[in-house]
Ligand binder design. Structure first.
Ligand SMILES: Nc1nc2c(c(=O)[nH]1)N[C@H]1C(S)=C(S)[C@@H](COP(=O)(O)O)O[C@H]1N2
Ligand SMILES: [Mo]
Length: 326
């Protein structure tokens, strides 16, 4: 096993410290304190205790999957696949903490009796359990580029099924224009960010248009690296939309709703000018606080030495998705 050394956040230059939490200015901080009441700040302690009772692994996280095909259209990209160690130890998952090192805290996620409710403007509302999800949709592997809005990039071999297979099963009706994805949230368990995130618009939600969801690229991952997906990467089911910034990819999904109106989403509600609903990877559209022209390839070296490469429009997937936005 390779030993990973990720530079601790206190060693990073200022511009590399978790910019997704960087908007936390004093005004918002005060607002969240007032909104939540100071007593709520003792909650994280209770959460730590309950996490030790939860089983670390079961068949829906970290177990080998054998019955999948490799999709030949997505068998490789023009850079190496990120090591599994790195992809599972450098994460954004605010429910379990505000740093990149949340993989242990995320083991508190309880997968037992998980259900995914698919509802709203559909002909066949369905609640799936995880056995249903693994059996109903043929599984394929797709190697996709991954680009966080913070400008770091990885390459991940996902296992799962196209979102449009699920659409075909539940049959959205003609009124459905948007879909909202909701992540697992339980204030006793998802205590990671601590008191500063009280008053935030939990649970984490994201959304797509119907055309985006029906696109060939849009994918539900239930696995990665040949195994059921790790908790820190969003077990048991997460969204993968490789032409969009990573924050679009809601993890640990419990609900999928087809709607007429554009849904409010987590980051867009908090910081609308930085996290647009559309949020496609775009080198010519800078984030208000940094350029998006280049990206840094996450590797096992200290982050200041990470290789810089030009950002590609739609993260290199323009041939699949550019027509959605013309
Ligand atoms: N529920 C939930 N989903 C989430 C997040 C989160 O904080 N909570 N972070 C998002 C962001 S900002 C990114 S970059 C990706 C990170 O995915 P990874 O940890 O698997 O690389 O997850 C996205 N999905
Ligand atoms: Mo992100």
């Amino acid at each position: 096993m390779t030993l990973i050394r990720i530079t601790p956040s206190w060693q990073l230059p200022e511009n590399q410290i978790t910019p997704e939490s960087g908007f936390l200015n004093r005004r918002r901080f005060m607002k969240s304190l007032i909104g939540a009441g100071l007593t709520a700040s003792i909650l994280p302690l209770t959460g730590c205790q309950s996490s030790s009772k939860v089983k670390n692994q079961d068949k829906f996280s970290g177990q080998e999957i054998s019955n999948f095909t490799q999709n030949p259209n997505f068998a490789q990209v023009n850079r190496p696949v990120t090591s599994e160690d790195l992809a599972t130890k450098y994460n954004n998952f605010y429910e379990y903490g505000g740093s990149k090192s949340i993989w242990q805290a995320a083991q508190a996620l309880p997968l037992e009796d998980w259900k995914v409710e698919v509802s709203g403007l559909v002909k066949n509302p369905t609640t799936y359990d995880l056995d249903d999800l693994q059996k109903k949709f043929p599984l394929e592997e797709r190697i996709y580029r991954f680009r966080c809005v913070e400008a770091w990039a990885m390459v991940i071999p996902w296992l799962g099924f196209p979102m449009r297979e699920l659409m075909a099963a539940v049959e959205p009706n003609s009124q459905a224009k948007f879909v909202r994805f909701t992540s697992f949230y339980d204030p006793k368990i998802t205590t990671g960010p601590g008191f500063w995130a009280n008053g935030y618009p939990w649970p984490y939600t994201e959304g797509l248009t119907m055309a985006e969801m029906a696109n060939e690229l849009a994918f539900f991952a239930i696995g990665m690296y040949g195994k059921t997906i790790s908790k820190q990467n969003g077990a048991p089911l997460r969204m993968v939309t490789p032409w969009k910034y990573g924050f679009k990819g809601a993890k640990s999904i419990v609900k999928i709703e087809f709607l007429q109106e554009k849904p409010a989403t987590f980051w867009n509600t908090l910081v609308p000018d930085e996290y647009g609903f559309q949020a496609n990877v775009n080198p010519t559209k800078p984030h208000p606080r940094w350029s998006q022209a280049t990206e840094r390839i996450v590797s096992n070296t200290p982050s200041f030495s990470w290789e810089k490469q030009p950002t590609l429009p739609y993260n290199g997937y323009g041939e699949y998705v550019a027509s959605l936005y013309s």
